[in-house]
Design a binder for this molecule. Structure first.
Ligand code: FES
Ligand SMILES: [Fe+2]
Length: 390
């Protein structure tokens, strides 16, 4: 992030603290809980938010070298992204064109040279072309050119890989990200390397999980045993670029920023910074690590949660560096999995008792209101477009 922008954001946060102006919305908002339980809403969300727009597939570190690949093991849209021998990044649906077996079942460390279906051995090149059929004389009249892998569109931008589920849909995520794309470029997101990616299933709606990252109101209570002391009198502010958000969380030491000469001030010394890439990705930016969380809906009350920690290798050297990384990951797991996402699961389970028809969002939970409104507006726009079409 450019220094001028960092200083402008820091000044804004200092001013908000001076004025004790912590509201993120103008009015409380009753959020109907069927947003978390309704199968019908869930299907419309998938169709509108997940099938029709580009989504973050992961960090580019997973696909730097020819033959390297990343698997999106999401039953709703199983695809993999692979770097070809020609250096081109491509994404394919993970489905063999013979009888539909998944070509990649599990990510492995070795690069791919070709894709060999584990069922009957059809062979595909890294460009998706069908190259070989064992016992091909048993398939008279088949033209291999008709049986290449089904391709999705893919784009690399500022360290992130995005996939558009629609074939042939060329896209560039950078313009939609606006200033955030410049932030990522300034942070050199592409220089980070992967430490570990963990995929787990959570028993909660995808929005409930996302929303754990969108309010600081819970920090003092839910995180009192971990990082709450770092956010005493904490509050949030945000910038929006279309549906995407940059969220700033004031740390306890924010007032100290005024004692540091402006030229030496750094935003992330005093502010926790993260980006919400609509609809389902969170990028948490620290000095020397980033955490990318993706939430892939399985059912109204089940979500695949992928969390990847990446780091700058020159900041974590030798055994002590590895130990520090292990501790960082452990800390992230404790605060996110054991505190945030566990609470989301408990809230989801409690929805069954029907006590609350709505969840009342307060003024400091305004980003949840904003997020839900963005979702609702997109569903309504899609419904209107469908109704208008002949
Ligand atoms: S399903 Fe892949 S070769 Fe038969
Ligand atoms: Fe939290």
């Amino acid at each position: 992030m450019k220094h001028d922008r960092q200083m402008a954001l820091l000044d804004r946060m200092l001013e908000l603290r001076r004025r004790r102006e912590y509201r993120l919305s103008d009015a409380i908002f009753p959020l109907p809980v069927d947003a978390y339980t309704s199968q019908e809403i869930f299907e419309r969300e998938l169709e509108t938010l997940f099938s029709g727009s580009p989504l973050v597939a992961g960090h580019v570190d997973g696909v730097r070298e020819p033959g390297s690949y990343m698997l999106n093991d999401w039953p709703r849209q199983p695809y993999f992204v692979v770097r070809g021998k020609d250096g081109v990044l491509r994404a394919f649906l993970n489905t063999c064109r013979h009888r539909g077996a998944p070509l990649i079942v599990k990510e492995k460390d070795e690069p791919l040279r070709a894709l060999v279906c584990p069922f009957h051995g059809w062979v595909y090149g890294l460009d998706g072309a069908l190259q070989g059929i064992p016992g091909s004389s048993a398939f008279p009249g088949i033209d291999k050119r008709d049986y290449g892998l089904k391709e999705c569109s893919v784009a690399e931008s500022t360290g992130l890989v995005w996939v558009h589920p629609t074939r042939g849909e060329s896209f560039d995520p950078a313009p939609d990200l606006g200033a955030f794309a410049e932030d990522f470029a300034e942070f050199h997101l592409e220089r980070f390397v992967s430490y570990k990616r963990v995929v787990t299933e959570k028993k909660a709606n995808w929005k409930l999980l996302m929303q754990m990252n969108l309010e600081g109101y819970h920090v003092a209570q839910l995180h009192k045993g971990t990082f709450a002391p770092n956010f005493r009198d904490g509050f949030l502010s945000h910038d929006a670029e279309g549906p995407h958000l940059c969220v700033l969380a004031a740390q306890t030491n924010l007032p100290d920023a005024e004692n540091v000469p402006k030229k030496q001030r750094k935003l992330i010394d005093f502010i926790s910074l993260f980006y919400v890439l609509f609809p389902n990705t969170i990028v948490i930016v620290r000095h020397d690590t980033i955490l990318i969380g993706r939430f892939l809906p399985l059912a109204p009350d089940r979500t695949l949660c992928s969390q990847e920690m990446l780091y700058l290798p020159d900041k974590f050297v030798g055994e002590s560096g590895q130990k520090a990384l292990r501790n960082r990951l452990l800390y992230a797991q404790v605060t996110l999995d054991d505190e945030d996402y566990k609470m989301a699961e408990r809230v989801q389970a409690n929805l069954l008792n029907g006590v609350n028809e709505t969840h009342m969002l307060g003024l400091e939970e305004g980003l949840l209101t904003l997020f839900q409104e963005t979702v609702s507006k997109r569903l309504a726009a899609r419904d209107a477009a469908t109704a208008d079409s002949p």
